[in-house]
Design a protein around this ligand. Structure first.
Ligand SMILES: [Zn+2]
Length: 322
């Protein structure tokens, strides 16, 4: 029995490193639904390419198997910088580098700064009217914005490893949405013009950081109250048996979180749509209907296939649970 358990645990670990972040379900959902927040001048272009935006919603996680610079782009351990609201951390990258040095910033994660960098790349892509860049940067920025909405992406205790709650990362952001996401209300309204993208994304990570305590303490209390032998169950995935948090345990955690995962997913969807929209407006509202018949080149697609190959073959570079 012991052997089976440890084997099962290995597979759990394996699977959780492969799905990462919101998991394929959450990320693809967020990018996909964000399309419907867009104004008419953007909507038909994004709708025509909705499969691309959905499929490539997890490219940034796959890139973590290819380059070492990728990992810190998905998180920020804000609690490395003192106490909420972390007033010492400059919101502008150059000021932050001057203050802490690039190595420290990279070691603790750079998601809010990176979202802003990606935003200006997307603005340029719109200005150039480069279809591939617009699509692939839209998919990518959607991923990073979604990550910034996850509380456990904003703390050094990112997988509950410091509080005896290892596994909570994928539990909150993959298992719960996979179980209950079909019933969430995804009507989030229309994309809004963002005044200041840097301020916006900093507000997002600060909010996420302020929710870390709830995410962890609610699960901690539940695990103390819940029968230990009912906490996990085993599921068959193809030929593999995996250990997962049981449905009863997941349901109870989800109830006690009082809609937090749904709320964060909704906020992420609206934020993604709003970033895309703001980039397009900042670029001077280029006419996207002229891109309709432009085909993506073989070279462009090769670059993305390569990501896939590294991911399938690879070992993650950097921190696993993000
Ligand atoms: Zn990620």
């Amino acid at each position: 029995m012991k052997k089976i358990c440890s084997l099962a645990f290995l597979f759990v670990v394996f699977i959780s490193t492969r799905v990462d972040s919101w998991g394929f379900y959450g990320h693809s959902r967020i990018n996909r639904i964000a399309v419907f927040t867009l104004p008419p001048q953007m909507l038909s272009f994004y709708k025509d390419n909705i499969e691309f935006l959905t499929t490539h919603a997890v490219d940034p996680d796959k890139r973590r198997y290819a380059i070492k610079e990728e990992a810190p782009r998905h998180y920020i351990d804000l609690d490395r910088y003192g106490k909420y609201p972390y007033a010492d951390v400059p919101h502008h990258w150059n000021d932050a580098v001057a203050h802490f040095g690039e190595d420290t910033l990279n070691a603790h994660g750079i998601v809010p700064w990176y979202v802003n960098t990606m935003f200006y790349r997307l603005v340029d892509a719109f200005k150039e009217k480069n279809k591939f860049k617009i699509l692939h940067l839209s998919a990518d920025i959607g991923h990073y914005i979604a990550d910034a909405h996850v509380p456990l992406h904003c703390t050094r205790n990112y997988n509950g490893q410091l509080t005896g709650q290892t596994g909570i990362h994928a539990f909150w952001e993959s298992r719960l949405p996979e179980l209950y996401g079909e019933n969430y209300d995804y009507f989030v309204g229309k994309a809004e013009l963002i005044d200041n993208t840097s301020d916006f994304i900093w507000k997002v990570v600060l909010t996420s950081a302020s929710e870390v305590d709830s995410v962890l303490s609610i699960e901690k209390k539940l695990s103390q109250e819940f029968p230990t032998d009912k906490k996990y169950s085993y599921e068959q995935r193809g030929d593999i048996t995996v250990r997962v948090y049981s449905e009863e345990y997941s349901k109870e955690y989800s109830n006690r979180l009082q809609g937090m995962v749904e709320r964060k997913m909704r906020a992420a969807i609206l934020a993604v749509g709003s970033f895309w929209y703001t980039a397009w407006v900042t670029a001077g509202k280029p006419d996207l209907s002229t891109l309709k018949d432009v085909q993506l080149s073989a070279d462009d697609l090769k670059e993305l296939d390569q990501l896939d190959e590294n991911w399938k073959a690879g070992k993650i570079i950097g921190r696993e649970e993000e």
